[in-house]
Each structure stands twice: as structure tokens, then as C-alpha cells.
Design a protein around this ligand. Structure first.
Ligand SMILES: [Zn+2]
Length: 602
């Protein structure tokens, strides 16, 4: 097939406009159709990227060709003998990892936001010419992408090559004056590209990511899935996000999450960054290659439903932090703290009694990705609960096989059967393969953990691997769990059962939790609390005002609902024991715990 030729130029950085041209040598003789994706793989929400197309025109041999719009994201050009070129101006002012961004500082885009798909020629190879913007201020810009070069010099503007449209949109591109560091892991060259103001110790990042990537490579074994890998990192004041691709990842982080020169040990913030990098890197195997059959191929026009997101996001979330302890970047106690926090997050989600994990996966498009004030009461996260089901599965298999088998064996089997060879995973595929690989009957566990809202047997299963789980009430609004109580007489706070956002000295209610004291008294999301027992909450929120109150006592709340003043008499409740602390236990199970968590060969 003749390659499809794309050109992208950051034409007007000050107006955030890219100019993108797609040239087709052999257009459909009945009128070539073009479409932009409705979503970007990895982020399960309809985003309708076509809304950022501000103009489109078509031409053939310098002659204008009529082009009409057929639906929200599809166009058809009038029949021509060819070649046919379509040129769009695309507005790009979204700094998220799923979007496209352009200003005079730098440019970043996902192909799904900017490149039209040539309908009927999706499998044709694609050439991409990336053009330097005009003007002296762009003289030092370079290009970072995992896309193969065809003529372009390393990190240079020029021509790149993708084997088809699916690959074209799976290599995000960064342009600008970025920091670059490189290393090899598993024989594969890796780049770390950092955009934005930062003071990171790049040698440290290089060393730590090399260790982490080497660990993941050894976990799945050779051959490596990619020839080259790029971490595209954007550092901002406050931000967090990641999107996985076949040979790269885009990460958004706070510059404070990156390690500074001379910093020793792994700070909580750096641990967050390492966990994110580990998560997206694990996806190179789990979801970019081991995929649900529902994604083969992706239907970019609409929602792609699967009940398996728990396996792709949840299992990946389980291994992201586990890899940090296994490769020796963090200590066992740090890992148990992180796990304790995940369990705490899960236990503080009343929606776990309403939505099963399979339902959470299936409805990701309209629920997890479109959260509102009632979400904590209505949904469960396929990331958080998914990672806890992965934990339960791992511990159960280890216990039933006396440590001979584990979730690791299932992951490697998935890689050999589905990742390396390609067939998508059927909806019941992982359950069948898990039984086959481990020899353990797992049917009723999967029914309970995936398709019901029964509580997970976390305490019992952790005990089988020598970890003791305790639950206590939260000590304050900042208490995320994972650590023992600071004071011995933590009998429990009196709780309102709300989440708030401070708004000056007032507190705006963002969520009213199911069964909580505030819900019973009639407080609603959106109410702005101006007084608790006659006192203004202040910048610390409502927690400190209630610090000395006892469960069972009453409190009077004054709040504005829109412009109307409301008064609520709230009967305070005792805080639930929903804060999890994990500790290694002494005894015969230590051997299994070591097999599970001990550092692997590095
Ligand atoms: Zn993920």
C-alpha cells in the first residue's frame, strides 16, 4: 500500500494552533472519508477530539476540493483521482497526558488528537514529517518520540515512520528544549525526557529507572516487547497523570516529585513518581500487548466495552508498587504502608457495596471517568479494588500451592499466550488461564471478587503470607492510613461524613457520604458551610472545629444552599474503623512473605 503522508507544524504557538496535513495518494474514488478518534486508547472516556478542529479544507494538485461533514468526527471529500490532501488547524491547549498542547515554550501531542484516519486505509504505512516552527526562538527545539526515524536525525525534526494508523497515534511527540538522560535496560535503549522547569537529579533518575525497568524486563523475560523506550515527563507545579503507549509513556508530575541533587533516600513524593513510572512501564506488557479481545482492533468511533479493566488497570496497579520493593528501591515497611493506604482508600468508598468490579470496568466510560458528587457512594475503583483483588489472588495462590505458584506465573503465561502472539483475551480468558496455570480452583473466588460486592477477605489472606492487618478510626482528615495511630487513645473522631473543599474561611461540601451523620441531617453536596456551632470553620476546614466533640453529641451547621441559608442539626457519629495498618507478623508464615516481597536479583 502507498504510504499515507502526514505533516505537522506548530504553526501558531501563540494561538495554540497546529497545522496538520494528511495526503492520500489513492483516495476512495467514491469520495474519501476521514475521521478523528472519539477517544484515546488507555483513557476510557469519549473525548471527541474533533471539537478542537477549527478549520478543515481539502485540495488535489493545488485545486480546492469540496469537503463535507458527515457526523461529529467524520468528513468526506468529493471524489478526485488523487492525490488528495486534507489540512486541519487543530487547537491545542490541554496539558494533560491525553491531549495536545502548544505554546511558545513547548509542544506535546497525542496522535489521536491531531491525525485524521483515512477510512479504508487504516493498515497503510504512515510517514510523518514534523516541521520546526518558524522563528529564532524555536532554533534550539528538539523532538522526542519513540516513533521510528526515516530521515530525521536523532531528536531532530524531519520524517518519522509508523507501520499503520494504530501505531501512528501510539507514539506521542514532545518538541521543545527538554532535559534528556539515557540508559539501557534488558539490552534496550531508554530515554528520559523532562519538559518544564525542574531541578531534578537526572543521574539519580537514570539509575533508579534503570533498576526498575530492568526488573520489569526480567519479570516477563526475553524478548523485550520494544526496541526503544521513552519516558516523556512534563514537570509542573501540581499535577499527576500517566498514559501508556507501546514504546513510551507520557507522565505529568509535580516538579517536587522528582529527586533533587544531594537528596538521599526515597521521599514520599519521589515514591509517588516511581510508582507512576512503574505503572505505565508495566502496561507495555499488560494492556499494550496482552489486551482484551474487545480492543482488537480498537474501535475509535465509540465506547469499547469490557469487564476486564480490573485486570489491566488493577493488576498493573498491584505490580507498580510491588516492583519497587522487589527491585530494592523501597523497603518492605514502605510497601506495606502503601498497601495499607490502598486498603484504606477502598474501605472509605461506600460505593463498594453498590458496584462490582466487573460493573466498574464495563461502565468506566460513564462512571469512573465521569465522576460527580455521588461517585464515592455509587462506584468502586477498578484501579484500587482491582489491585486488591490482584493481591488476594496472589496470596490465595501462594497459600494453596504452598508458595510453588503465584500471580507472577499467571502474568508470564498471559504474556506468552496473548502478549507475544497477539490474540486478545476473551472476557473469561484470565479466569480460565489462572486455573490452568496454578491448578487451583478459583471459580467461586472470581464470582465473589469480580461479580459481587462482598467484602474481600484481606485480613485472612494477608495472614497467610505473614502480614497482620489492623483497622482503626482515622485520627484526622489528613490520615490516609498505612501508619499506626499517633496517639494511644485514638478512640475515634466524631464524624460528619462529608468531604469538603475550603473556600476562603468557609467549607464547600463536595461529597456527602452514604449513611453519614451529615446525610441524615440533610446536608447536600454544593452546600457552603459557614458555621459549625456558631463558629466559622476557617482555612483548616470543619475537622478541627469538631476535634473535641464526642460521637452522639449534636452540632448545629449553618450553610448556604445556593443563596438560601439552611440550618442543620447533626447528630455526630463515631468514625468507622476504616484506616488500615499492616505489619509483618512473627511466625511460620515468614517464609511465604519473603518469597512474595523479597528483593529479586538486580
Ligand atoms: Zn494504568
Amino acid at each position: 500500500m502507498t504510504p499515507i503522508h502526514y505533516t505537522i507544524i506548530p504553526a501558531r504557538p501563540e494561538a495554540h494552533l497546529y497545522r496538520v496535513t494528511c495526503t492520500v495518494a489513492d483516495p476512495d474514488p467514491s469520495g474519501q472519508r476521514f475521521a478523528l478518534p472519539a477517544w484515546v486508547p488507555g483513557s476510557y472516556m469519549i473525548r471527541d477530539f474533533a471539537r478542537h478542529v477549527v478549520s478543515i479544507r481539502a485540495a488535489s494538485r493545488n485545486r480546492a476540493v469540496a469537503i463535507e461533514k458527515l457526523d461529529k468526527h467524520t468528513w468526506r471529500a468529493e471524489p478526485v483521482a488523487g492525490p488528495l490532501a486534507v489540512t486541519c488547524e487543530v487547537y491545542a491547549w490541554d496539558l494533560s497526558v491525553r491531549g495536545a498542547h502548544l505554546d511558545a515554550r513547548h509542544a506535546f501531542f497525542n496522535g489521536a488528537c491531531v491525525f485524521v484516519r483515512v477510512l479504508g486505509q487504516e493498515t497503510a504505512p504512515c510517514e510523518l514529517e514534523i516541521v520546526r516552527p518558524g522563528g529564532a526562538r524555536y532554533r534550539n527545539w528538539r523532538v522526542a518520540t519513540a516513533m521510528a526515524r526515516k530521515g530525521a536525525k536523532p531528536y531532530g525534526f524531519g520524517t518519522y515512520l509508523a507501520s499503520d494508523y494504530d501505531e501512528l497515534i501510539d507514539h506521542p511527540v514532545e518538541m521543545g528544549e527538554f532535559t534528556l538522560a539515557s540508559f539501557r535496560a534488558g539490552g534496550v535503549p531508554h530515554d528520559i525526557v523532562i519538559t518544564g522547569r525542574h531541578a531534578a537529579d537526572t543521574r539519580r533518575l537514570q539509575r533508579d529507572l534503570e533498576r526498575l525497568c530492568g526488573h520489569h524486563m526480567r519479570f516477563f523475560g526475553r524478548p523485550a516487547p520494544m526496541k526503544r523506550y521513552v519516558f516523556l515527563v512534563t514537570a509542573v507545579g501540581e499535577g499527576y497523570g500517566g498514559l501508556e503507549h507501546r514504546a513510551s509513556t507520557a507522565l505529568l508530575c509535580s516538579r517536587e516529585d522528582l529527586p533533587r541533587e544531594g537528596e538521599v533516600g526515597v521521599s514520599e513524593r519521589y515514591r509517588t513518581f516511581l510508582g507512576l513510572a512503574s505503572h505505565e512501564y508495566f502496561h507495555t506488557w499488560n494492556v499494550k500487548r496482552i489486551k482484551p479481545a474487545a480492543f482488537v482492533p480498537y474501535d475509535l468511533d465509540r465506547e469499547n466495552y469490557t469487564a476486564l479493566l480490573w485486570a489491566f488497570e488493577g493488576i498493573t496497579s498491584y505490580y507498580d508498587d510491588l516492583a519497587l520493593v522487589r527491585c530494592g528501591l523501597i523497603e518492605k515497611k514502605d510497601y506495606l504502608e502503601l498497601l495499607g493506604r490502598s486498603i484504606t482508600t477502598h474501605l472509605r468508598t461506600p460505593g463498594r457495596a453498590r458496584q462490582s468490579l466487573a460493573e466498574s470496568s464495563f461502565d468506566a466510560w460513564i462512571k469512573y471517568y465521569r465522576q460527580d458528587e455521588n461517585s464515592p457512594n455509587a462506584i468502586v475503583s477498578y484501579y484500587v479494588k482491582g489491585s486488591l483483588v490482584a493481591l488476594c489472588l496472589d496470596l490465595l495462590i501462594r497459600d494453596k500451592t504452598r508458595g510453588r505458584k503465584s500471580l507472577d506465573d499467571l502474568m508470564r503465561a498471559l504474556w506468552r499466550r496473548h502478549g507475544l502472539t497477539g490474540p486478545g483475551l476473551e472476557e473469561d480468558g484470565i479466569e480460565r488461564l489462572a486455573e490452568e496455570v496454578t491448578g487451583v480452583k478459583l471459580g467461586r473466588y472470581f464470582d465473589d471478587w469480580l461479580r459481587s460486592t462482598r467484602e474481600l477477605p484481606l485480613k485472612a489472606l494477608l495472614a497467610t503470607s505473614g502480614v497482620e492487618m489492623e483497622l482503626r478510626p482515622a485520627e484526622s482528615g489528613e490520615d490516609k492510613g498505612g501508619k499506626p495511630a499517633r496517639s494511644k487513645n485514638a478512640a475515634g473522631l466524631a464524624m460528619l461524613g462529608i468531604r469538603v473543599r475550603t473556600q476562603g474561611d468557609d467549607s464547600a461540601v463536595t461529597h456527602v457520604l452514604e449513611g453519614g451523620a451529615a446525610q441524615e441531617a440533610g446536608v447536600a453536596a454544593g452546600d457552603v458551610i459557614v458555621a459549625v456551632d456558631g463558629l466559622r470553620p476557617g482555612r483548616g476546614g470543619v475537622d478541627p472545629v469538631l476535634a473535641n466533640r464526642q460521637p452522639g453529641e449534636s452540632a448545629t451547621i449553618h450553610a448556604f444552599r445556593r443563596d438560601e441559608m439552611m440550618t442543620f442539626e447533626v447528630r455526630l457519629k463515631r468514625a468507622d474503623a476504616d484506616t488500615c495498618v499492616l505489619a509483618e507478623s512473627a511466625g511460620a508464615r515468614a517464609r511465604l512473605r519473603e518469597r512474595w516481597l523479597r528483593p529479586r536479583r538486580v
